[in-house]
Ligand binder design. Structure first.
Ligand code: PLP
Length: 409
């Protein structure tokens, strides 16, 4: 018997990540934490496998007056927070044009709001075949379909040919299209589009825009603070300036990783357009969706960001904290990639971030075989995801070879 409304019947979260994590927990109970490699966890853990929280963030948060945490916030977010988020999103690479932002419950909320307002019900949203599964969950929840292009070509470069084929295919039947690109430090591969890839993507969309089609590009920058030098990793953002008015740029900003504030559910959706009416509309429809979804979001987290942003000494200390943990996780990813090269394991091109991936024909089988070595990683559709953010360097050592061996069985 189901009491659910007909559209809600049978909805189930099939979360492979939690499945893999549960198997790992059992192994830890049986063999002890030291013997087990848990590469399933998507948050940064230190070398003792404890959750990393940035010390300056923790200190500043504790100093916030309880009234500034407990009070309601404006529906669209605290205005100064939104301005600060624009600056943080673009740094020195602010595109020319009209820009606005709305506060959201994490990056997930930003993605939710983008799909809600820029994809037609019953139509397709496009993202890559290696992708964060939540994109699909949100699309399905809202009656939209996620279509995938192949992220990599045979040389492990951005597969522009596949991207183009998919855009062309969808525009045969749709007047508008929302495209989600998670870059830099892509989950699950650590990949980033190059400047040249961006030129190709935007030039293709301009061709369609000239024919009257509408394109919205949502760039998911959840991991950007762990991708490399601040302005180098943002230089592509300038390309979103002076685009035709029927191309809208959106950026999903998140405090989860950048501030190690995961559970406080704070982020923003930032929009760029050459047309003021598009941005005015963005403000109005986003406010409406916020009211209809969560009303307003976490005030204390917005206060935290502002206090870090508005005091130079605090900001410098905060950035220093973050750089330290960035180095820690980068060293883990780099060691894996070096060992992969040494043993001829084909890992996907990792440049930075929390995750890297290894393609496999039968990911579940490979993940299961790795359990014999007490290594727990996430079997995705196309391969194995390794969360370098949570595995100490001494446990990364030797992992590439073990994965390589499992792939050969
Ligand atoms: N985008 C990607 C690719 C992610 O992996 C995540 C979190 O895991 C997010 C966005 C958003 O995270 P949050 O909603 O915690 O900001």
């Amino acid at each position: 018997m189901s009491m659910a409304a007909s559209h809600a019947e049978g909805k189930r979260l099939n979360d492979v990540i939690f499945g893999a994590a549960a198997a790992c927990k059992e192994a830890v109970a049986k063999y002890g934490k030291d013997k087990v490699t848990n590469a399933t966890i998507g948050v940064m853990l230190d070398d003792n496998e404890e959750l990393i929280t940035l010390p300056t963030m923790a200190k500043v948060y504790k100093e916030i007056d309880i009234k500034d945490i407990a009070a309601y916030a404006p529906i669209s977010g605290i205005p100064e927070y939104l301005k600060a988020v624009e600056d943080l999103t673009f740094a020195d690479c602010r595109p020319e044009g009209y820009i606005s932002a709305v506060a959201t419950a994490g990056g997930t909320g930003a993605i939710h709001h983008a799909i809600m307002n820029y994809a037609e019900v019953g139509e397709k949203v496009l993202t890559s075949d290696w992708f964060w599964g939540t994109y699909n969950v949100i699309c399905v929840e809202q009656g939209k379909k996620l279509q995938n292009f192949k992220l990599f070509d045979e040389n492990q470069n951005f597969n522009f040919t596949s991207f183009k084929e998919n855009v062309e295919d969808i525009f045969k039947t749709q007047e508008s299209l929302l495209i989600i690109l998670n870059t830099p430090a892509h989950n699950p591969t650590g990949f980033a589009l190059t400047e040249n890839d961006w030129d190709n993507v935007l030039s293709l969309l301009k061709d369609f825009a000239n024919k009257g089609k509408k394109a919205t590009v949502l760039v998911d920058i959840a991991y950007i603070d762990y991708a490399g030098e601040k302005n180098e990793v943002r230089s592509f953002m300038k390309k979103f300036g002076n685009l035709p008015k029927n191309i809208l740029g959106l950026f999903a900003f998140s405090m989860s990783k950048g501030y190690t504030f995961y559970g406080q559910r704070t982020g923003a959706l930032v929009a760029v357009s050459s047309d003021k009416t598009v941005i005015d509309e963005f403000d109005a429809i986003m406010k409406y969706t916020s009211r209809a979804t969560w009303s307003n979001i976490n005030r204390g987290a917005m206060e935290l960001l502002l206090r870090i942003q508005n005091d130079e000494n605090i900001y410098n200390a905060f950035v220093k904290d973050r750089e330290e943990v960035h180095k820690l996780i980068q060293a883990r990813g780099d060691l894996f990639m070096k060992e992969a090269e040494d043993c001829n394991l084909t890992a996907l091109p990792y440049t930075g971030g929390f995750f890297l991936s290894v393609p496999a024909n039968d990911p579940q089988k490979v993940a299961d075989l790795l359990h014999k070595d007490l290594i727990y990683a996430v079997p995705l559709k196309l391969g194995i995801r390794v969360a370098v953010c949570s595995v100490p360097l001494n446990k990364i050592k030797g992992m590439a070879e073990k994965i390589n061996n499992a792939l050969k069985i």
